[in-house]
Write a protein that binds this ligand. Structure first.
Ligand code: FAD
Ligand code: MG
Ligand code: MG
Ligand code: MG
Ligand code: MG
Length: 550
C-alpha cells in the first residue's frame, strides 16, 4: 500500500510537472531579433534563450566579421574565413531557437506583427510572404550605403558592406588588370582601366585603399610587369583631412604615408555624378573635373533601410536617419520594441532638462537650499543616471563630485556653504557638453547587444535581488542605462603599418601596432573556426602571396 501510495504521489507530481511545463511554454514571451550582424549576434550569444521563445529573422544566414572585409577585397583573407553560420551559433546555445532566412519588410506596431519575405533565389511561388507575431522585438538591421542622391552611384560604383561586395571588388580589380593587358588598347584606355578611385576618406575607404595598394605593389606588379607605371589610386574626400574621426596625429601620419606610396588624396572635393567610365568632381575652388576610372568604390556614409524608414513614419520619428531610442535602447514612441547598432541612436538624457527635479530631490530637509552634504549625496546618486557627470569629472582629472563646485568653494573653505538652484545650474551647466553620440561601429553594436541581453535575462524574472544592472529605483529605472566603453580604434594603413587610438588619449603608430591589430582581430573572432581560418589566411599570404585570380 505504501509503495502504491508513493507511486500515486509520484504520478500526481509528475502530472503537475508536465502541466506546469506546458503552461510555462505557452507563457514564454515571443522575442524576435531582426538581423544577424554585430548587434543581433552579440545579443543572441549572451541571451538566456530558455526564458524566451526566440526567433531570428535575417536575409543572411551568417554573421560577417566586417573589420576584415577590406582584406577580402585584396584576396588576403578568404570570404568564408570571416563568416559564421547563424544556425551553428544558435545550435551552440542548445536551445530551440528558430531562424528564418527572410527580410522583414514591415513592422506593424499596433498589432505587433511583422511582414516578412523570402528574397532568396529559390522560393515557392505565391508563398514569398509570411507574418510573425512578437511580444518583444529587437531591431538590429544595420544600415545601407548612402548615395546622397548622386546620379549614377548605384549603377556604376562598388560598395563595401557585404561579403558579396568584397568578392565582387576583388574580381573587378583583377578584371581591370586583365583587360588593361590586352594587346589592342591605347595607353589612355589602359590608364583609365588602372585608375582606382575611392570616394570617402573614412576608415573603410582608407583601409580599402591601403589593401589595394599592397595587392598591386606586392603581388600584381610582378604578374603584370608592363602595366606597372600606369596604375594609380586616388582618394576623394569631402572634409579637409582623411580619417578625420581619428586623432590628428593619425590622420597626418596616414596622409604622409599615402603620399610616399603615391596614393593621391584630394581633400575638400565632392563627386557630383558618375557615368560608366568617368566621374565628375567639384574641387575646393568650385571647378568641375572629369575623372576617368576603371573601378570606383563609394564609401561616404550610411543611410536608412526601408523597413526602418517605414517604422519611423509610424511612430512619429519622420525625417530622421536612424531610430531614436532612450538609454535602455527602447524605440521612442512604441512599446516593447528595441533597436541597436547602426540603425539606432541613443538620445541621452540631458542633466539640465531635469535640473529642477534634481534640486528638489537633493534637498532632503526641504530647506530650499542644498548643503554641501546634500549636494554630494545627490550627485553620487544620480551619477549612474547621468554618466556625463563622470566623463566631465574625468576630463577635469578628478573623481570627487565636489570638483563641480570649484567656483563656489574656493580652496579650503565653504564647507558650510548653501547652494540655491542657480548655484546648482551653474555647477552643472557644462556637464552635458560631455554627451557624445556613439559612433556607428561594431564595437558599439556589440556592446549594446550584450547589454540588452543582460536586461532581457532579468526582465522576466521581475524585481529580483541586486544584480550588476540593478540600481535603486523601480519600474522604468530598474536597469542601469547603457554605457559605452570605448576600447580604442585601429586604422591599418598598408605595408604592415597601422595606427591605433587607444583609451586615455594614447596614440600608437607603426609596425608594432600592426601586430597589435593582428592579435586583437584574431581574438575578436566569433568562433574558433573563423579564428583558425583567418590565421591560416594570413600565414598563407606571407608564404604564397595574395589571391590574384578572378
Ligand atoms: P550589421 O552588422 O550591418 O547587421 C545588420 C543585419 O541585419 C545583417 O545581418 C543584415 O543582413 C540584416 N538585415 C538587413 N535588412 C534586414 C531586414 N529588413 N530584416 C531583417 N534583417 C535585415 N566597426 C568597428 O568597430 N571596427 C571596424 O574595424 C569596422 N570596420 C568596418 C569595415 C567595413 C568594410 C564595414 C562595412 C563596417 C565596418 N565597421 C567597423 C562597422 C560595423 O561593421 C558596423 O557598425 C556594425 O556592423 C553594425 O552592426 P549592426 O548589427 O547594427 O548591423
Ligand atoms: Mg545586427
Ligand atoms: Mg555585420
Ligand atoms: Mg529560399
Ligand atoms: Mg537643504
Amino acid at each position: 500500500a505504501v509503495s502504491g501510495m508513493s507511486g500515486g504521489i509520484l504520478m500526481v507530481s509528475a502530472e503537475a510537472d508536465t502541466k506546469q511545463e506546458s503552461k510555462e511554454k505557452s507563457v514564454k514571451k515571443r522575442l524576435i531579433i531582426l538581423g544577424t550582424g554585430w548587434g543581433g549576434i552579440s545579443l543572441l550569444k549572451e541571451l538566456d534563450t530558455s526564458q524566451y521563445d526566440v526567433t531570428v529573422v535575417s536575409p543572411r544566414n551568417y554573421f560577417v566579421f566586417t573589420p576584415l572585409l577590406p582584406s577580402v577585397t585584396s584576396g588576403t583573407v578568404d570570404a568564408r574565413s570571416i563568416t559564421e553560420s547563424v544556425r551553428k551559433i544558435a545550435r551552440n546555445k542548445r536551445k530551440d531557437i528558430k531562424y528564418f532566412e527572410a527580410e522583414c519588410l514591415q513592422i506593424n506596431v499596433p498589432t505587433k506583427t511583422l511582414l516578412c519575405r523570402d528574397i532568396s533565389a529559390i522560393k515557392v511561388k505565391g508563398k514569398e510572404d509570411f507574418y510573425l507575431d512578437y511580444d518583444y522585438l529587437v531591431i538590429a538591421v544595420g544600415a545601407q550605403p548612402n548615395t546622397f542622391g548622386v546620379q549614377g552611384v548605384k549603377d556604376y560604383c562598388h560598395f563595401l558592406k557585404e561579403i558579396e561586395d568584397a568578392e565582387k571588388i576583388h574580381q573587378s580589380v583583377v578584371d581591370c588588370f586583365e583587360t588593361a593587358n590586352l594587346p589592342h588598347l591605347s595607353d589612355d584606355e589602359r590608364r583609365r582601366l588602372l585608375h582606382f578611385v575611392v570616394i570617402g576618406g573614412g576608415p573603410t575607404g582608407i583601409e580599402f585603399a591601403a589593401e589595394l595598394h599592397d595587392l598591386i605593389h606586392e603581388d600584381l606588379v610582378e604578374l603584370y610587369p608592363s602595366l606597372h607605371d600606369q596604375v594609380k589610386i586616388t582618394v576623394i574626400q569631402g572634409a579637409d583631412h582623411i580619417l578625420n574621426m581619428f586623432d590628428e596625429r593619425i590622420s597626418k601620419f596616414a596622409e604622409k604615408k599615402f603620399q610616399r606610396d603615391g596614393v593621391e588624396i584630394l581633400t575638400s572635393c565632392f563627386v557630383k555624378g558618375v557615368t560608366e567610365n568617368e566621374l565628375t568632381m567639384k574641387d575646393k575652388a568650385g571647378q568641375l573635373h572629369s575623372i576617368p576610372y576603371g573601378l570606383a568604390l563609394w564609401s561616404t556614409g550610411i543611410g536608412t533601410r526601408p523597413v526602418v524608414a517605414n517604422l519611423m513614419e509610424q511612430v512619429g520619428q519622420k525625417n530622421r536617419r536612424v531610430l531614436s531610442t532612450d538609454e535602455w535602447l527602447r524605440v521612442k514612441g512604441c512599446e516593447s520594441v528595441y533597436a541597436l547598432g547602426d540603425c539606432a541612436t541613443i538620445e541621452q538624457r540631458k542633466i539640465m532638462e531635469d535640473i529642477e527635479e534634481i534640486f528638489k530631490l537633493a534637498d532632503t530637509d526641504k530647506s530650499g537650499t542644498l548643503s554641501i552634504k546634500e549636494f554630494k549625496d545627490s550627485m553620487e546618486q544620480i551619477k549612474e543616471r547621468y554618466p556625463q557627470i563622470d566623463s566631465y569629472l574625468k576630463a577635469k582629472h578628478s573623481n570627487d563630485v565636489l570638483a563641480l563646485l570649484e567656483e563656489k568653494l574656493p580652496r579650503g573653505k565653504g564647507s558650510d556653504a548653501e547652494l540655491c538652484i542657480e548655484d546648482l545650474k551653474k555647477a552643472l551647466c557644462k556637464v552635458d557638453s560631455q554627451l557624445k553620440i556613439f559612433p556607428a561601429t561594431a564595437q558599439v553594436a556589440a556592446q549594446q547587444g550584450e547589454y540588452l541581453a543582460k536586461c532581457f535575462n532579468q526582465l522576466e524574472i521581475g524585481e529580483a535581488e541586486e544584480g550588476p544592472l540593478r540600481v535603486r529605483g523601480s519600474g522604468r529605472h530598474r536597469f542601469k542605462p547603457f554605457q559605452y566603453r570605448h576600447l580604442g580604434q585601429f586604422a591599418p594603413l598598408g605595408g604592415e603599418q597601422a595606427a591605433a587610438e587607444l583609451p586615455g588619449d594614447w596614440v600608437s603608430i607603426g609596425r608594432s601596432t600592426m601586430w597589435l591589430w593582428y592579435s586583437v582581430y584574431l581574438s575578436k573572432q566569433v568562433s574558433w573556426r573563423t579564428r583558425c581560418m583567418v590565421f591560416f589566411d594570413w600565414s598563407k599570404r606571407l608564404v604564397f602571396g595574395r589571391d590574384s585570380t578572378r
